[in-house]
Write a protein that binds this ligand. Structure first.
Ligand SMILES: NC(=O)c1ccc[n+]([C@@H]2O[C@H](COP(=O)([O-])OP(=O)(O)OC[C@H]3O[C@@H](n4cnc5c(N)ncnc54)[C@H](OP(=O)(O)O)[C@@H]3O)[C@@H](O)[C@H]2O)c1
Length: 133
């Protein structure tokens, strides 16, 4: 039997759909520096629904980019890897789906699953959205 996933929904739309049918997953744009759908992620976590952030790689600019690079160096990883590691640490329901046309990026992204951030590194990245906006 198939399962139903939603894309680019608000919390209200998710609730409306869940009143009709079981929802397996939600796919919204979300990354370290783009937290518009924070409340949707929280709702998915509470309901045990998989949250698949599209465009999960957050390159950043200016101060945010420099801070991500510093955390990456301290973690022994690339900037992309720490932004993906932050996502994986953000919630147990998060499953990032980075798109890439390059094998080396694919391998780098898969290896992000093995990158562990300290709590201080996680918190530093977590605060960056305020720097960006
Ligand atoms: N639900 C929706 O509305 C929605 C919208 C858009 C996409 N999606 C889904 O999201 C998934 C990914 O979408 P997408 O292909 O558009 O990709 P994306 O994750 O939105 O962005 C891909 C970009 O990130 C870059 N990138 C990936 N890994 C990188 C790395 N390690 N270092 C530097 N840059 C890196 C890619 O460049 P390179 O190619 O050079 O690596 C590419 O420019 C797909 O399954 C797609 O269907 C869903």
């Amino acid at each position: 039997m198939g399962r139903i996933g939603l894309s680019e929904v608000t919390v209200a739309e998710l609730d409306e759909a869940r009143a009709i049918v079981d929802i397996a997953s939600v796919q919204n744009r979300y990354n370290l520096l783009d937290r518009e759908h924070e409340a949707v992620l929280d709702a998915c976590e509470e309901a045990g629904i998989a949250f698949l952030p599209w465009r999960p790689v957050a390159a950043g600019t200016g101060g945010a980019r420099a801070e991500i690079a510093e955390v990456a160096e301290a973690a022994g990883a690339t900037a992309t890897q720490v932004t993906l590691a932050w996502l994986l640490a953000r919630s147990r329901v998060v499953l990032p789906i980075p798109g890439t046309a390059r094998i080396e990026h694919l391998e780098e992204n898969v290896r992000a699953a093995g990158v562990s951030l300290t709590q201080a590194q996680y918190d530093r990245l977590d605060r960056l959205t305020a720097v960006q906006h």
